[in-house]
Design a protein around this ligand. Structure first.
Ligand SMILES: Cc1cc2nc3c(=O)[nH]c(=O)nc-3n(C[C@H](O)[C@H](O)[C@H](O)COP(=O)(O)OP(=O)(O)OC[C@H]3O[C@@H](n4cnc5c(N)ncnc54)[C@H](O)[C@@H]3O)c2cc1C
Length: 461
């Protein structure tokens, strides 16, 4: 078996790269050891959003009387929510299977290991076989990081896979780490009645976000009943009793929290150990494969994309890298990816989305800024929808009017951020944004109003 392109891993990096390669006329194969679609479709982006939708529906029903609807007391059916989420994931994976067939891409179900120049060893029902590829793209993704002082056993100390497939809803849960994954699970479990403590080592939750957004989310989480602890370090987890006892060190001293399960959401570790990278001489550093701006490793013919290389661990980044990598292989003239214009979203409630500079980073870099903020409490659409929490904050370069960054928290803001990414790509100025007519009533009007606020022209404040 010999191909122009062989992709190892079928996550959003791998399968998108394979489809683009096939579109460009390259004979392509994907080698995947689990389900097609990788973490994103099977254990990440999609099944978590299905669970969060269940939480949102439950919240709506709980607050139905606020919308003039009287109904009885609803009950969260946890196994049914898990079943729905798994079903959604399964369907998405089948969709990738269809796309592979449609694009005439060979799918090899096996663990893959590099064994020499252009050669990969696969397992065919116990028989070792060699697949040859002129260009090999490593897209092996990542897994949940296991901390030595709270090793995951899959039952009491769990990672994200178990968190979306537990057989029974925990009564009490401690979530360690408040990045996107930790915050989404904290919100989901709290919404359906689990008592949740969210523990963050740094001073703010969702620590990569603008500080004002982090503070607003912390207030919202606390209002929802989540116990949020920042500047807090888990020292140990004792699993010897019936449940778990988590010892947390804070500025005020040590505190002990009892719970049924601890979710470790402290980050991810790239899958680079079992791919034969060392044997063929591919350079790695700090657990990541080192690549150039077009995803070439130091070994000719071997490329890497997605969560196994440095950069933001996001599905849309992996896909964009896959497309660029393959277009370059096909000899096209390609623009490199602008890592400063990558949107990031957290799908808890209220949602969080952002792109570009935070206020802190702009100030640290000595850039003179103009900041405009518009609260959703002044938005007609937000009021009508019953979602007045949150705001849009835009950061402009005071000298040139360039939109340096955008930070949003509120209902549906993960859908609003794409406008900002396009504006930044097209180098639109603040004044052009103010003069861009937005439909009324929409949440998106808050973007235009925030721009107007930065220039002293806001109408609805
Ligand atoms: C709970 C959770 C929620 C998330 N939510 C979002 C979100 O909302 N938005 C977002 O943008 N990102 C989200 N992410 C991150 C996103 O899932 C990843 O960034 C994305 O999946 C990375 O894609 P990838 O192609 O690099 O690899 P992956 O999706 O990790 O896929 C890698 C694949 O390679 C396979 N593989 C590994 N080694 C081998 C081998 N040796 N041989 C054969 N196959 C192999 C694996 O089985 C896997 O299927 C989330 C992640 C998690 C865990």
């Amino acid at each position: 078996m010999s191909y122009d392109v062989v992709v190892i891993g079928s996550g959003p990096g791998g399968y998108v790269a394979a489809i683009r390669a096939s579109q460009l006329g390259l004979k392509t194969a994907v080698i995947e050891k689990e389900n097609l679609g990788g973490i994103c479709l099977n254990w990440g982006c999609i099944p978590t959003k299905a669970l969060l939708k269940s939480a949102q529906v439950f919240e709506y029903i709980n607050h139905a009387n606020e919308f003039g609807i009287t109904i009885g007391t609803p009950k969260a059916d946890f196994p049914a929510m898990i079943k729905r989420s798994r079903g959604v994931a399964e369907n998405m994976s089948k969709g990738v299977e269809f796309l592979m067939k449609k694009n005439k891409i060979d799918v090899i179900t096996s663990h893959a290991r590099l064994i020499g120049k252009g050669k990969i060893e696969v397992d065919n029902k116990g028989q070792k076989e060699t697949v040859e590829g002129k260009h090999i793209i490593v897209a092996t993704g990542a897994r949940s990081t296991n901390l030595p002082f709270m090793p995951q056993d899959g039952k009491k100390i769990i990672g994200y896979r178990e968190a979306m497939s537990l057989p029974k809803q925990p009564k009490k849960m401690v979530v360690v780490g408040s990045g996107a994954i930790g915050s989404e699970f904290a919100h989901f479990y709290n919404s359906i009645g689990t008592e949740v403590s969210l523990i963050e080592l740094l001073p703010n939750i969702v620590p990569i976000e603008d500080e004002e957004v982090s503070k607003q989310l912390e207030r919202s989480f606390k209002k929802q009943g989540i116990k949020v602890m920042t500047n807090a370090q888990v020292e140990s987890v004792d699993i010897n009793g019936e449940g778990c006892k988590v010892t947390v060190k804070t500025k005020k001293g040590s505190e002990s929290i009892d719970c049924d399960v601890v979710l470790s959401a402290v980050g991810i570790t790239s899958n680079i150990e079992e791919v034969g990278l060392k044997e063929v001489g591919v350079i790695t550093d700090k657990g990541k494969i080192i690549v150039d701006e077009f995803y070439k490793t130091n070994i000719p013919g071997i490329f890497a994309i997605g969560d196994c290389i440095p950069g933001p661990a996001l599905a849309h980044v992996a896909s964009a890298e896959g497309i660029i990598c393959v277009e370059k292989i096909a000899g096209q003239s390609v623009e490199k990816l602008d890592y400063n214009n990558i949107p990031g979203c957290t799908y808890c409630s209220p949602e969080v989305s952002s792109v570009g500079y935070t206020e802190k980073r702009a100030k640290e870099e000595g850039i003179e800024v103009k900041i405009g903020k518009f609260p959703f409490s002044a938005s007609g659409k937000a009021s009508a929808a019953g979602h007045k929490d949150g705001f849009v904050k835009l950061i402009f370069d005071a000298k040139y009017g360039e939109l340096l960054g955008a930070h949003m928290i509120g209902y549906n803001v993960t859908e609003l951020i794409a406008e900002i990414v396009a504006i930044r790509k097209l180098e639109t100025t603040g004044h052009e944004l103010i003069k861009t007519v937005h439909p009324h009533p929409t949440m998106s009007e808050a973007i235009m109003e925030a721009a107007a606020a930065a220039y002293g022209e806001v109408i609805h404040l």
